[in-house]
Design a protein around this ligand. Structure first.
Ligand code: AMP
Length: 396
């Protein structure tokens, strides 16, 4: 395992050591009941490794936005219960984060025991990355483990500051993220195809600029494609347009041409006169969009064009849906591209957030090599930015 050269839990002696593990337990809770425990299940590989290897385990996470105050609506108690059920062992819940109860319970841990601290964001110092709070957290442990990729792009006390005081390693989740995405960026199997979609060009500029130097093909769909089509001089009706990004779109297309990157835009589009679902929509060529209509999905000719390139790919990175997949009528493009990626046999990496939701909702999740657990974090990673939660970890 390479882990971008970062130490992992396997690179450090954990037996008998107190390990404070930053997890992402930011799960949806309704009336005290967890409605989706995926993030908890995903975190268990690291927790199990630590337990089997005799560590004293102190788990911590944020949940929701309690805004720096104790608010039991955002208590992690249901998470402790769920970990306990899934692991088949006791998980002790602390009543506070760095208070007397947490301290006493941490001190009483035996090898293999598990303690969960209360919601880190009950203290405003967490998001401020206050050194005294980070130091208090660090005082609970001998080793810091970060396994919360979803918050790795934030410099908070529990994701970055704490690493100033303890040996810092990553857990399996972060390791997998940086291994797979790091390899795609630094040494991809080729052809390397990036598929970008979603609502806005402005959200993806950094990613396009970083990937355009690395990919063989760049496929652009979704709402952001219409700014590119406009830049080509097409009428785009009432489709999503970022007027102030037209020049940028032009220069990106020129850059792709000079770098011999095969940049693909939709050649046809499914349209409607309103931003809503309908049984009655038309498909037109991308250069023949009528006034008063908006493009809400790529059309079948675009699917064919894009799929041809995807079929030959050895690495695919995909971020952002091809259309408004939340509407049944306009999910076809995203679904067909998900199918093409799944069937390509390529190493397939799906960015978190909406792309992950689309792939899951459309039933292709288990066909992908890797679905990132962090939306914002995976975007920043693909932009080539240094994530504070990863930079803080010890090098091998
Ligand atoms: P993002 O979070 O930037 O990946 O954007 C995802 C959102 O883009 C989804 O909610 C889609 O509904 C939306 N989207 C995709 N295609 C279009 C389109 N053609 N027009 C408007 N919104 C779109």
């Amino acid at each position: 395992m390479s882990g971008l050269g970062k130490k992992t839990v396997e690179d450090i002696e954990v037996k008998g050591k107190r390990c404070i593990v930053r997890c992402d337990f930011n799960v949806p809770v309704k009336d005290g009941v967890i409605t989706d425990d995926k993030r908890i299940r995903e975190a268990l590989k690291t927790v199990k490794y630590l337990k089997e290897n005799g560590a004293k385990i102190i788990l911590c996470s944020h949940m929701g936005r309690p805004k720096g105050e104790f608010n039991m609506k955002y208590s992690l108690a249901p998470v402790a219960e769920r970990i306990s059920e899934l692991m088949g062992c006791e998980v002790v819940m602390a009543k506070d984060v760095i208070g007397e109860d947490a301290k006493a319970k941490a001190a009483a841990l035996k090898d293999g025991d598990i303690l969960l601290l209360e919601n880190l964001r009950f203290h405003k110092e967490e998001e401020k990355n206050a050194p005294e709070f980070a130091k208090e957290l660090a005082s609970f442990a001998d080793i810091y483990v970060n396994d919360a990729f979803g918050t790795a792009h934030r410099a908070h006390a529990s994701t970055a500051g704490i690493a100033d005081y303890l040996p810092a390693v990553c857990g399996y989740l972060i390791q997998k993220e940086i291994d797979i995405m790091g390899k795609a960026l630094n040494d991809p199997a080729r052809p390397f195809v990036a598929i970008l979609g979603g609502a806005k060009v402005s959200d993806k500029i950094g990613v396009i600029e970083n990937l355009i130097d690395k990919v063989d093909s760049l496929v652009i769909g979704g709402g952001m494609a219409y700014t590119f089509l406009k830049a080509k001089g097409y009428n785009i009706g009432t489709s999503l347009l970022e007027e102030d990004k037209i020049e940028l779109a032009k220069s990106l297309m020129e850059k792709a041409a000079t770098k011999n990157v095969n940049l693909l835009l939709p050649i046809d589009t499914a349209i409607n006169d309103k931003f809503e679902n309908t049984d009655n929509f038309s498909v037109v060529d991308a250069d023949k969009m009528p006034d008063g209509f908006m493009g809400l999905d790529i059309g079948p000719k675009s699917v064919e064009l894009f799929s041809e390139t995807i079929k030959n790919a050895e690495t695919v990175v995909w971020n952002g849906p091809m259309g408004v997949f939340e509407f049944e009528a306009f999910a076809a493009g995203t679904k067909a591209i998900a199918k093409a990626v799944a069937e390509s046999g390529a190493i397939s990496i799906i960015g978190g957030g909406d792309s992950a939701a689309a792939v899951e909702q459309l039933g292709y999740a288990d066909k992908m090599t890797h679905i990132s657990t962090g939306g914002g974090a995976s975007l920043e990673f693909l932009e080539g930015l240094e994530l504070p939660g990863i930079a803080a970890l010890n090098d091998k």
